[in-house]
Design a protein around this ligand. Structure first.
Ligand code: C2E
Ligand code: MG
Ligand code: MG
Ligand code: MG
Length: 290
């Protein structure tokens, strides 16, 4: 009987690590099938331009509806997809689906661009340009309706190759933004080398806006971005205080739970009609930024 055993008879730690390991192996094993069986879906999160009182696009965030384990987040399965190389077909699917959806929005009068996240792993292969071209062509979507989000961690890969591929997609008219800016490696030096159109200030970075030094850094980034003719988007905007600080600092485009959580496609039309867009606009006005 369990009662007779010492409380620490079994190491909880070892057990937990075992569970995690097993889960990882299971997810890794199921990833290929997930793609074949269409277990992935996308949630879209709005970006909002506070100054113009209007939307500034949607970001496509991938989800995996695992038949047994439920919804698995991208922070868990993207690294596995990178390890196994499945990141290439998974990104292709995501891009195609996002472009198709963006085209449908257009036909519904929602003329918003969509952004897709890229893993650095993609630049290992030569598939990006092809992937972008065929996703746009299949959806009959204008290139300026697609944006790609890359991260600073990509410097771990061959930078010349990244620059070459990004230049090629920008030639098509597709926009590129640097995601999670301010938390990764050698950010500022990179701006001079990597061809981009916008910076996304990382959520953690704007988390503590009371701190004078954080505010000074954000202000400097916004000024620098202006000089470099880059747009700035703040991530992780959760409350009015964030909005006030950010607009004072000259950052006008925001994304975060305050404006809207990532949503399934069915929820978007509703969000636009009611609470979402109207509420966000109202709140911006109340906070004195409208
Ligand atoms: P990200 O691109 O920086 O996306 C923003 C993440 O922050 C999303 O998490 C989003 O749900 C969350 N978020 C947005 N607003 C708020 C907020 O106000 N507060 C808080 N606490 N969180 C907020 P998610 O969807 O779990 O995605 C995590 C990361 O996974 C993404 O970070 C992105 O790097 C990666 N990812 C997502 N989809 C894909 C994909 O299709 N391909 C690749 N390669 N990576 C993806
Ligand atoms: Mg992103
Ligand atoms: Mg981000
Ligand atoms: Mg982030």
């Amino acid at each position: 009987k369990a009662k007779g055993l010492g409380k620490n008879q079994y190491s909880v730690y070892t057990d937990e690590m075992g569970v995690k390991e097993v889960r990882k192996m299971e997810l890794e094993k199921d990833l290929q099938l997930a793609l074949e069986q269409r277990q992935f879906y996308i949630e879209y999160q709005p970006k909002w331009n506070v100054k113009m009182h209007r939307m500034a696009g949607f970001e496509a965030l991938l989800r995996w509806q695992h038949p047994r384990l439920g919804t698995v987040t991208p922070t868990e399965f993207i690294p596995l997809a990178e390890e196994t190389g499945l990141i290439v077909p998974i990104t292709r699917w995501t891009m195609e689906e996002a472009c198709r959806q963006c085209k449908v929005w257009q036909s519904q009068g929602i003329g918003q661009p969509v952004s897709v996240n890229l893993s650095g792993r993609l630049f290992h292969t030569d598939s990006l340009i092809d992937m972008v071209q065929s996703a746009l062509a299949e959806a009959a979507l204008a290139p300026d309706m697609l944006e790609l989000e890359i991260t600073e961690s990509m410097v771990l890969y061959d930078i010349n190759e990244i620059v070459r591929q990004l230049e090629a997609v920008r030639q098509l008219g597709v926009r590129v933004s640097m995601d999670d800016f301010g938390t990764g490696y050698s950010s500022i030096g990179l701006l001079d080398r990597i061809p981009i159109d916008a910076l996304k200030l990382d959520r953690l970075f704007i988390g503590d806006l009371e701190s004078p030094s954080k505010r000074a850094i954000i202000k400097a980034i916004v000024l620098m971005a202006e000089k470099l003719r880059l747009d700035v988007v703040a991530e992780g905007v959760e409350d009015k205080e964030h909005i006030d600080f950010l607009t004072q600092l000259g950052c006008h485009v925001m994304q975060g739970f305050f404006y809207g959580k990532p949503m399934k496609n069915e929820e978007i039309a509703d969000w636009i009609r009611s609470a979402g867009a109207g509420g966000a606009l109202q709140a911006a006005k109340e906070s004195g930024t409208g």
